[in-house]
Write a protein that binds this ligand. Structure first.
Ligand code: NAD
Length: 346
């Protein structure tokens, strides 16, 4: 069974990544695209061979043949569009962050529940083959007890006039809310741990917009491990490797380039022999890193396929609103900590 999709806000990430991914999904058929800019919608319609292009989201929702919508409009539009879609009985794959605040995100989730439609969230980096393999290694106890971790995502995002993402009233937050959100989600997903306390700094250091262009946070997880996330809009894309590192009492996993929109990168696993005692010489060359080698694909294809399967099989979406709201609350707690200079409890 193919799920018939409509796309709301089709000119940004939808055109760059999600629609190319959707074209490769066996269970998806694109029917309609919508963008506030009709010229953009028409171009995207022709590019992906959709049936309809609209400038109003209500026109997508009025189509009986559509079962699901993918909402990839600017964050300040999400709540109105998602609530209307739920009321029109469309299942919703909603981009991150779900809305401007975690309270609004919860309202969307409650509305979807009341209307009996499924709600999934675009934290697609969970579908990366390496991230799933890392999760398996941690769950199998290969690292021992997880004690420390770090995830980084950066890009170069200079001042752009009237840019919604650079205005925190329209985006809900800058580098941390936009990109750090993936890092926090991955650390929790891969380790199965949850943040309980958070502290950090979020600031605008380089540019003149009011959203943060740099943030660094530390979370205390529910097993006591400490987790660091750094998110920057002010580091050139090519200058950072977007590192993801998990350390445990028996070893570590170190990834480079996996926190990305492309399913790629490199992962080394270092696991120490259980018999090793304390090494006073601190010799770091005794272990040979093992490179992870798993089949990689397209995270957006997997995201669309997975949400379509949840509709077809009437199961819970793999990436739930509950998970996404928790991650959003962590970002909000980090902003609060940065403003108040106190540790925020979740
Ligand atoms: N998961 C990911 O890989 C990923 C990557 C980038 C962005 N995103 C998320 O996707 C969403 C969109 O981000 P983007 O980078 O594509 O933004 P963007 O500004 O590049 O594109 C947004 C598109 O929405 C259109 N638009 C503006 N107002 C609209 C409205 N009222 N209704 C419908 N469309 C409207 C714009 O014309 C534009 O084509 C955000 O939530 C963002 O966080 C996710």
């Amino acid at each position: 069974m193919k799920i018939k999709w409509g796309v709301i806000g089709c000119g940004g990430i939808a055109d760059r990544r999600t629609l190319p991914g959707m074209m490769l999904a066996d269970n998806a058929e694109l029917v309609a695209v919508m963008d506030a800019n009709l010229e953009v919608a028409n171009k995207v319609k022709d590019k992906y061979n959709a049936k309809y292009a609209f400038a109003k989201f209500e026109d997508v929702l009025a189509l009986d043949e559509i079962q699901a919508v993918y909402i990839a409009s600017p964050v300040f539009c999400h709540k109105e569009q998602a609530m209307a879609a739920a009321k029109a009985k469309k299942h919703i794959l909603l981009e991150k962050p779900m809305a401007l605040t975690s309270e609004e995100s919860q309202e969307i989730a409650d509305c979807c529940k009341a209307e009996g439609v499924k709600l999934g969230v675009g934290l697609m980096m969970r579908f990366h083959g390496y991230h799933q393999e890392m999760k398996k290694l941690v769950a199998a106890g290969k690292l021992g007890d997880v004690v420390s971790m770090r995830a980084q995502l950066t890009c170069w995002y200079p001042d752009i006039p009237n840019n919604w993402r650079q205005n925190k009233d329209l985006s809900g937050g800058g580098a941390l809310m936009d990109m750090g959100i993936h890092c926090i989600d991955l650390l929790q997903y891969i380790t199965g741990l949850k943040a309980e306390e958070v502290t950090g700094f979020a600031q605008t250091q380089t540019f003149s917009y009011n959203a943060d262009d740099s943030a660094a946070i530390v979370m205390k997880m529910n097993n006591g491990a400490l987790a660091m996330v750094d998110a920057n809009f002010n580091i050139p894309d090519a200058a950072a490797k977007c590192k993801l590192e998990i350390y445990g009492t028996k070893g570590s996993i170190m990834a480079e380039g996996t926190i990305s929109q492309i399913e790629a990168g490199e992962v080394s696993v270092l696991i120490s022999d259980d018999s090793l005692g304390y090494d006073a010489s601190q010799n770091r060359d005794e272990l040979t890193p093992v490179k992870l080698d798993v089949e990689l694909g397209n995270m957006y294809t997997k995201e669309v396929t997975s949400f379509g399967n949840a509709i077809a099989n009437d199961t819970e979406p793999e990436i739930t609103a509950e998970d996404a709201i928790l991650v959003q609350r962590i970002c909000e707690a980090a902003y609060k900590s940065s403003d108040s200079k106190v540790i925020s409890k979740l």
